[in-house]
Design a protein around this ligand. Structure first.
Ligand code: NAD
Length: 453
């Protein structure tokens, strides 16, 4: 069946109203959960084939997220979808006002390859919970995980409700010409713009989960041991191929030597070695070559080794980096950590403000004024004080970018809202209507209206 026909069948199915029943949504969320559990080993094998990701990392950063999402929505489905009563203003008295979370219809989810399961299935789960039909187009770059997800979906779900579609740029370009009720895209800012333009043709709303250069700042008031440990973990997890990984570090000059030593110590302690099971490979030759070119040998503080055949790049710290260096011109998306020194904290913040708004930002300090300036002055999608990445594991927080790093957000109730229309309904009583809003108008009516409004 062609994809256009699938989409038409989803439109027809949505109109039957079946996806709106809570029992229907719950049944299919439970089904997806049991499929993920029963296919766990197949999912581990596929991602390991794609880029050597370990079972530990896949469980903690992918499958546990998805299972938590499903559990969250099953538990909160009734509350989330219940019409919300709000107050009714004076002129509408003898009425009541409610907001209905209305499913949007047919959703297209386009995934990225770096956390292929989480970034494809988390939005799908939120869209299912909100009562929609969906087509998932995972990233073709992680081809084994794409095939694994598509086969799980297409062998177990009716295509008129949920369908997995394999494809690369050509297929996605064709998909984008069709009219969806929402497009949820995760990927680069460059492709995000293509998606946004295509969506505009049909006035389709979008959520764009994009990337950018996320800074981490370490001041002299930080707990340096803790900062080093958490930065090394957040940066080299998935070999730096994480959208919210600290892209570069700004380190206060007075602590620089001591801090670099600590970073080196944790890199060694975490054993990110060439044949290590806990260290992920670079996804493909293209990205490997791009990253190798960014290593300026003269600025290597530690690391710098690589193995082309194994697509391995050692965690590499580059010191004395300047804002004009090549590595500072694009999102790194790999295990290279450039360090820029600063003398004045506010000047460092101002330097970040001059750049595109990042997806994440991190500050390491115990000084309350520094914390206050960071949260108030800097615009970024989300972030942490004294940690990296962990903000997105709290599903009470919205996850998304701002400016160049994205539009909209999801996770928890925000995911449900991303796939719902907030439908406003005012219900009026059919008795007790004062006459003053109706023609013929008079001075007296106007003076009453002025008092009332
Ligand atoms: P990408 O933009 O190259 O690809 C994403 C998706 O778009 C894929 O499914 C791909 O098939 C499709 N695509 C690629 N080129 C296209 C084109 N010309 N027309 C239509 N569709 C096209 O991104 P990627 O390499 O998969 O992921 C890396 C980027 O994604 C990084 O910038 C990273 O920061 C960002 N990212 C963001 C998040 C987030 O949650 N905000 C998460 C992961 C990755």
């Amino acid at each position: 069946m062609e994809i256009e026909k699938i989409l038409q069948s989803q439109r027809d199915f949505f109109k039957t109203q079946q996806t709106k029943s809570l029992a229907f949504r719950k049944m299919y969320l439970e089904k997806l959960k049991s499929l993920i559990i029963s296919n766990e080993n197949m999912l581990y094998e596929a991602i390991n084939k794609d880029f050597g990701k370990s079972e530990f990392d896949t469980f903690t950063t992918e499958l546990s997220f998805i299972l938590n999402d499903i559990n969250y929505y099953i538990k909160n489905l009734k509350t989330l979808s219940k019409p919300k009563k709000v107050s009714t203003n004076l002129v509408n008295q003898l009425g009541n006002s409610k907001i209905y979370a209305d499913p949007l219809g047919c959703i297209l989810v386009i995934g990225a390859w770096n956390y292929p399961y989480q970034l494809s299935l988390s939005p799908i789960i939120a869209a299912m919970a909100a009562g929609n039909c969906c087509i998932l187009k995972p990233s073709e770059i992680a081809s084994n995980t794409m095939k694994a997800m598509v086969s799980i979906i297409n062998e177990n779900f009716p295509p008129e409700y949920l369908y997995g579609y394999e494809g690369g740029i050509d297929e996605t370009t064709a998909l984008l010409t069709l009219k969806f009720d929402k497009i949820f895209f995760t990927g680069s800012t460059k492709v995000g713009k293509i998606v946004y333009k295509a969506a505009a043709e049909h006035l389709t709303p979008v959520t764009l989960e994009l990337g950018g250069k996320s800074p981490a700042i370490v001041t002299q008031h930080a707990n340096l041991e803790m900062a080093a440990k958490r930065i090394v973990w957040g940066k080299f997890l998935n070999a730096g191929q994480t959208c919210v990984a600290p892209d570069y570090l700004l380190v206060e000059e007075t602590i620089q030597e001591q801090f670099l030593e600590m970073l080196r110590k944790y890199i060694k302690q975490f054993k990110y070695e060439v044949d290590s099971e806990q260290y992920t490979r670079i996804i493909n030759q293209r990205n490997f070559q791009r990253l190798i070119r960014l290593i300026n040998k003269e600025k290597i503080y530690s690391g710098g080794h690589f193995d082309e055949e194994k697509l391995y790049i050692e965690p590499t710290i580059l010191n004395s980096i300047d804002w004009n260096d090549e590595i500072m011109q694009e999102e790194i998306f790999g295990p290279l950590l450039p360090i820029i020194n600063f003398q004045n904290y506010n000047a460092a913040l101002n330097a970040i403000i001059e750049l595109e708004k990042p997806l994440a930002a991190y500050l390491f300090t115990n000084d309350s004024e520094e914390k206050e300036n960071f949260t108030r002055k800097l615009s970024f999608g989300g972030g942490c004080i004294n940690d990296t990445i962990m903000h997105l594991s709290n599903d009470h927080l919205p996850f998304g970018g701002v400016g160049n790093s994205g539009i909209g957000n999801y996770h928890g109730k925000y995911g449900f809202e991303a796939f719902s229309h907030q439908k406003a309904v005012l219900e009026k009583a059919t008795w007790g209507e004062p006459d003053i809003k109706y023609p013929p108008y008079s001075e007296k009516k106007l003076s009453w209206i002025k008092k009332l409004l």
